[in-house]
Design a protein around this ligand. Structure first.
Ligand code: 5RP
Length: 221
């Protein structure tokens, strides 16, 4: 349903790319459209280097001959372009629907600027979640119990009937936010737990957010 919007967002995002940039490349279906467009741009002679946030993005970039740098090789990142799961009116963001939250957050934190591409379905009044929480597998019973003691519903993310494993080899717990008043507070609390690597609550405000309204791309931040 939102495929056309994703293509429009990808075309608009390409206009923000300049020769010589080091780009953070996100993960997910929206970013996939953008990377396809970036592949065309590179084919036409554009020069960029990318830092990928997932193995899936590495594979796509390689197929399209987009030069990649590891995070260590990158002297800096000019701009990260990524999709999101939810964004509220204060531009607070949930990510991690594709399971790449940890690497996405590291790359976003290192980037000079952040551009999120968000089709209309991503805008919400309140972040309703779920909130993805990436954990070490050994700590799962501890973290689950902690959350259930707080009367929060928790689901271990699965893929093809098996626990979903992130590129870093961790598990993801999806936390229902229905009973949560303050997502920021919960995310901070979870970060202090042993065994929690990261949450999908993205604190850093984006510099730019593009969406599609009434058939046109609009910059809302
Ligand atoms: C992956 C993510 C994605 O950016 C997010 O889930 C949005 O995905 P899509 O563009 O497919 O809607 O955070 O970890």
């Amino acid at each position: 349903m939102y495929e056309q919007e994703k293509k429009m967002l990808a075309e608009a995002a390409i206009k923000q790319v300049k020769n010589g940039m080091i780009l953070g490349l996100g993960t997910g279906s929206t970013t996939r459209s953008f990377i396809d467009a970036l592949g065309e741009w590179v084919k036409a002679g554009g020069e960029v280097q990318g830092v990928a946030t997932s193995n899936e993005t590495v594979e796509q970039a390689k197929r399209l001959n987009i030069p990649l740098l590891s995070l260590e090789e990158a002297t800096h990142i000019d701009l990260v372009i990524d999709g999101i799961d939810q964004i509220d009116p204060r531009f607070r963001v949930l990510k991690g629907g594709g399971g790449a939250l940890f690497r996405e957050k590291v790359v976003a934190l290192m980037s000079r600027e952040i551009l999120y591409l968000a089709d209309a379905s991503k805008f919400v009044h309140h972040l309703t979640g779920p909130l993805p929480v990436e954990i070490d597998a050994f700590a799962r019973p501890y973290v689950e119990r902690y959350l259930r003691d707080k009367q929060l519903d928790v689901t271990l993310r699965e893929h093809d009937g098996q626990p979903f494993v992130t590129d870093g080899g961790h598990l993801i717990l999806d936390v229902d936010l229905e009973r949560v008043q303050d997502v920021r507070h919960l995310a901070q609390e979870l970060k202090s737990l042993t065994g929690v690597l990261e949450t999908g609550y993205f604190e850093r405000q984006p510099d730019h957010v593009l969406t599609v309204e009434q058939g046109k791309v609009r910059q809302v931040a």
